[in-house]
Write a protein that binds this ligand. Sequence first.
Ligand code: V4E
Length: 210
Amino acid sequence: TLSSGPIEVERKFVPGPQVEDELLRLGAKLQNELTFRDSYYDTPDCRLTLGDVWLRRREDSWELKYPPQRGTRGLNGASTQYLELSCEADITRRVSEELNIPCPHSLDLLQLQEFASFVTRRRRFEFPPRNGSKHKVVVDLDTADFDFSVGEVEVLVKTQEEVKSALMEVEEICKQLGVLSDSPVPGKMSTFLKINRADHYKQLLEAHVL
Ligand code: V4E
């Protein structure tokens, strides 16, 4: 088993016109504004994403997101929890394990295909440690280059034991921002695939991944 990276606990929301004012009113601070390109990769028959395993290159770094327990999904009500790996050797091991093939010396040797690529402009806000809070809460306001905007409230934790309280903190911030929806809000990927890769999108819906 891998020395796994952090667990990302996240909830997406539809950002209204007042969301930045609300964030500042609640005490969040604008941390930075970033622009980056994500390119996502899979086998030609989409075996990674159908297993809820997401491999991407963000600018020059490989990143992998996958559910905490094998064969489960990262969706938890309208929130999600995913393990994140950023070390290329760990990613290669986890991806080859998912594909049931021997681990190659490099990710390049897996001959995966790009299935999505888009640029995101991100404004990142951070809440300073609050009364009774254990974790740092980050809010990202993203606009993708296919004219789509989404917000995300997220907390990174180290262990599964911390997930429950992180989920509650994320939900509480959404409540205070007035953006708590009962059902999952579509993200950039879901929207990109719906627009550009209708067949892949349909397969993921049928597999209950999206
Ligand atoms: C996990 C996942 C995907 C990979 C992209 O993850 P996401 O956090 O949505 O993207 P982004 O750009 O905000 O990454 P960050 O900078 O936060 O690391 S694409 C689809 N999923 C699964 C998924 C799902 N089934 N439902 C919801 C609401 N979100 C994600």
